[in-house]
Design a protein around this ligand. Sequence first.
Ligand code: ADP
Ligand code: ZN
Ligand code: ZN
Length: 752
Amino acid sequence: MADSKVESRNVATTPSAPRVLRVAVPTPLRRLFDYRPKGPPPSGGWQPGLRVKVPFGQRQLVGIVMACDDHSELPANQLKPIGSRLDDEPLPADWLWLCRFTARYYLHSLGDTLHHALPAPLRQGRPLEARTRERWRLATSLEQALAGLERAPRQRSLVELLAQHSHGLVTSAITVQGFTRAQLQGLLGKGLIACQQEPLTAGDNWRGPLLAEPALPLNREQAAALAAIHESLDRYHPCLLHGVTGSGKTEVYLQLIEGVLAQGRQALVLVPEIGLTPQTLARFRKRFRAPVVALHSGLTDLERLDAWEAARSGRAPIVIGTRSAIFTPLARPGVIIVDEEHDGSFKQQDGLRYHARDLAIARAHREAIPILLGSATPSLESLAQARSGRYRHLRLTQRASRHAPAKLELVDLRGRPRQGGLIAPVIDAIRQALKAEGQVLVFINRRGFAPSLACHQCGWIAECRHCDSRMTLHRQPPRLVCHHCEHQTPQPDACPACGSADLRPLGAGTERSEETLATLFPDTPVYRIDRDSTRRKEAFDQLLTEVRRGEPGLLVGTQMLAKGHHLPHVTLVVVVNADAGLYASDFRALEQSAQLLVQVAGRAGRAERSGRVLVQTLHPDDPNLRLLADSGYDALAYQLLEERRLAGLPPYRHLALARFEAVREADAQELSQAAGEALRQWLDKRQLAVHCLGPVPAPMERRQNRYHLQLMLSSDKRSALHETGAWLIGWLENSASRRVRWSLDIDPMTLS
Ligand code: ADP
Ligand code: ZN
Ligand code: ZN
């Protein structure tokens, strides 16, 4: 990009002593700050990517030098010196580029973006080097060592212990046996043992064959897909691996990574939040002898730093992580893989609102490497790119196992009594499946007992005091909970409006289905899997281990269960209600609910037995649902694309959403209206082809006692949209009061 050229010129003309350092500082302000260098220059001279401590207001902050210059806008006497320099070696140039690109694309402060992209210890100023540990080994023969230790029994035992380990032992392995550091130091002082520092993370001494188990022979489609990517491993080459669930996409990833590793390069694999399971990791670790480094939310800050450092130094050949792993630097990038590329968790919904898949594309382009986006249900964005030929479209239409993915069978709910959300014919089908020794997955996208509680006398419905939403009834333990703000109240005994005791739960959630199924099938275990039943991570793993043993059983769960998990014994999938996305106001709702339905359906018939998928609906004649059931996801997706084109929606038009929220409705209204007016005037003058809609109330206007309004910008031209967004932000920075919180979301995933 243009900027990096400017920097390198600056570096060239001012090799070691620039007069001014332009520093990105972690503040929301969208600008750099000038400082004077102080102290000895780093060995490679001052250059972008060096971390410095700088005085900022009353505080000292860790910032990053972004450019070196000889001139500042500031008068010389106002130019403060930096506090100190933290690194001798700059952060990688590609990493800086990615952060700069992200900040510019999402119109976010660069200082904040860099801060977000760095592991916490580096943000806090910790030195940029791998943490090490000490490895101890015998420095002489055992006899020689023992000879001098007659009167030191503990040191003798320690020497004997070390003698059993020719590769030596790390400190923790020694102290855990009851030895002390003083004993180690004593032996070291006598020259009987030696101590060596080694990097803490895996990857340090991995050599030899790549694979721990042989790769599977690929079927024809898999082989063709792999060959297509292998053809161009040394250039930017975006591919969409579009393969039905169970078609062996993961096997293609594994063999692609094998090829990349064989060239001595690294692979970065991004997976959805829900997809980074012990199961996924185990699959990678089983295949490769090479270390697989995982970046997930369960790591401590130091572990995260170690993983980051292992990737940056090139010691980690394979890095797997969720959204934020896109900011992991690689010493020798070879490929980026985004699994389940359509998944919503790749988009960050607050603060820096980036989309990891989109950044992955930009990054692969910059680093000139192939990128593989995999999905059974590609996003309309990626599908449009594939159709236009900008991405290579690789298809896997066959399942690796014998069975084709099950078709969706629509079941008419209208006018039929339900038990725990299920109608009689569906309950019969469950009975059949259990009798045939199968497992049944009941998918219901609502946790709790019932989505609401109503009075049968007067029609009162329990609503949240803080939001425009209903309270969900929970039974374990009994209470009403708002799923939008977590506000809780005890379950009332009588109607607060009319005093009647006839309060009834409306609809069914996971707890209610679980209760009903346990009553209907008393001899079959029922496992409920949702956020409530699995607050502890071990609880979830335990449940899954239990389920995978394959005994007949009923699984009731939300999308936690529907995605990512391999459930080979499920032969029947029941979708309690498919209607949520059909008539929702959000333009992506239908795409997302079709993806979810297909993913859920994909759980059925994965192993030897073929499966069935029953989808309950109040709208069995809905044309979109019919198309999905009869012709599959692709047919629906292409039709939705056509509709998006006609309606002027993404991916054919680009959107940016400005959100405003305040405690007082009038404050949010006033600012959003003023912003809209100012923007329209500016657009008129600039003659930019950008459309501004609103302000309109957000779909849920009151949430957590705050009022939400939004302005939507849309344009055929990205550059025009960005220019407008940047102008709007400038206007808001100057005009907004503290009472109103605002943000601008580029490429919003939801309009809520
Ligand atoms: P996807 O990622 O597309 O859902 P997976 O990669 O998980 O599919 O593959 C589904 C199942 O098929 C796995 O059990 C996998 O081991 C198996 N499989 C994949 N490719 C092959 C192959 N070429 N030969 C035999 N089995 C395969
Ligand atoms: Zn009432
Ligand atoms: Zn609420």
